[in-house]
Design a protein around this ligand. Structure first.
Ligand code: MF3
Ligand code: CO
Ligand code: CO
Length: 248
């Protein structure tokens, strides 16, 4: 069920989303080579709880941490561990925070030290995919125009668009309808309505779009060819005349 948020609910979403954004800024200032992904998770837990919010990934369907920390070939849902972050890695940190009953959700892919030009370009194009998708977005836009914009830009750059996972609505639940794919046909899908809050989250692979799901930990998603992947996400409010990006 798609939920439309009232002005009061939107105000609460703004607060959760502001905390998510500030947490990612804090991670960006502190993440460095030599840290383990678990140490990144500790930064996230500390910052979000210090804001009086809850890191709502923790315990979500049994997820064991406060963040998803996905290095290089890990696309999403990397479980924080003793894996050491190395110079030249790209590390996506995807977090959610819940305060007063509403969730915010965003992800950034950080460049660690001396990163190769091809990885840098992957991260840059993935961010561009998001901004292409929100360009002109407003009430009445067909939902799959989002995926069309992401896919067009990613594939023009020779990259693979992950299909096995999508963006989503968000609010009282971390994952609400509708599903927001990163691929699609222009002019199709439901028309967006003012008051919808959705997460737009391109997951872009340097090589094949195909991914594998780790059966032993139940979470980790990797590229099928082990080439790097990037992820960028914001929570977006649809308005009559445009969008408000709540996690920027
Ligand atoms: N933040 C993720 C998303 O963008 C969800 C993470 S799954 C969890 O939808 F298990 F970590 F919560
Ligand atoms: Co997320
Ligand atoms: Co999301």
């Amino acid at each position: 069920m798609v939920t439309l948020k009232s002005e009061n609910q939107i105000e609460l979403m703004r607060e959760s989303c502001r905390i998510v954004k500030e947490t990612l800024d804090f991670v960006g200032k502190n993440i460095r080579a030599g840290m383990t992904t678990k140490q990144v998770d500790e930064l996230v837990y500390r910052y979000i709880t210090s804001c009086g919010a809850y890191p709502s990934e923790l315990g979500y369907q049994g997820y064991p941490a406060s963040s998803c920390v996905s290095v290089n070939e890990v696309v999403v849902h990397g479980i924080p561990s003793d894996r050491v972050i190395l110079d030249g890695d790209i590390v996506s940190v995807d977090i959610t925070a819940e305060k007063n009953g509403y969730h915010g959700d965003a992800c950034r892919t950080f460049l660690i030290g001396n990163v190769s030009e091809d990885k840098k370009r992957l991260v840059k194009v993935t961010e561009e995919c998001f901004f292409k998708a929100v360009e002109g977005l407003r009430e009445g836009t067909p939902l799959f125009d989002i995926g069309y914009a992401v896919q067009t830009h990613a594939e023009a750059n020779g990259y693979g668009v992950v299909r096995a996972l999508t963006g989503h609505g968000i609010g009282k639940e971390m994952h609400e309808d509708p599903s927001v794919p990163n691929y699609g046909k222009k002019g199709t899908g439901m028309r967006l309505k003012a008051g919808m809050t959705i997460c737009i989250e391109p997951m872009i692979n340097m090589g094949t779009y195909k991914v594998t799901f780790d059966r032993s930990d139940g979470w980790t998603v990797r590229t099928a060819d082990s080439k790097p992947a990037a992820h960028y996400e914001n929570t977006v409010l649809i308005k009559e005349d445009g969008v408000e990006i709540l996690t920027l």
